[in-house]
Design a protein around this ligand. Sequence first.
Ligand code: ZN
Length: 287
Amino acid sequence: MHGSKKASIMISGALKAALAALMLCLLTGCRAEPIEIPAAAPFTEAHAVTAAPSREQTPKPSPAPTSEVKPAPNARKVYLTIDDGPNSATHEVLDILREYNAKATFFTIGQCIAAYPGVAKRIVNEGHLLACHTNTHDFDRIYASPEAFAADVADWRAAVEKYVAPDAGAYVFRFPGGSTNSSVGGRKGRTAFVEKMNAEGYIAVDWNLGLNDKWPAGNTEHLPMAEYLWKSYNDTWRLYGSIDPLVILLHDTEPETVKLLPRVLDDLIARGLEFGLCDELTGDYLM
Ligand SMILES: [Zn+2]
């Protein structure tokens, strides 16, 4: 149930320090670049289609998996998670996932569901998981108290019920910024938030793999963005690749991430991994 804890025992002190530094980077990355909350008029379904990044620069997906490359029945799983949508690029992401026959968990923002209800419906209709990333993603509001957080999550569920379907929302959530971001209030604060949300029927899911796509400041070598994201992805594999469950964080708010998605999927398939949805996790997964 808490495989991460078992795995972390085996991690050396030096590596732990590296992990801590990297996590800080990952987390501050999300915090440092707040998402755009849709306001009023400009956010329409019509915009959703036109603003999608071009497919032309996207590497061609590999051919559909044959029986030879299908994961074994006991294959290790990877949980692909896509945060901060739905938005103008989510159709593109869904197209790519469909080509690869891959499933993902979308940690969505209620206000974005209200702005892009058609995209939210498509997420559900194509077998992905519509999970919770709060209604507002507003740190001052949601981290005021566990009760405030739960109220914002209730607003997210109301948006799902209104714009998608009454039973479309999963009881899985991700803390904006991750559970260890400073607004949560350390271990004690985190326990209070998690206990409140568990009482509401939700489990919390952090991540371990990712592209640093919300943390451009980490690109100290000034690499081209695609190269930086790919390097970050491989760095997180080296640091966290032995942890279960494997949970990858991507943001479909980032055009370079969407362009890189086929390469990430090719890599995951080549590693023999099977795609799982976060509602099959049996408890909280916290870093
Ligand atoms: Zn977020």
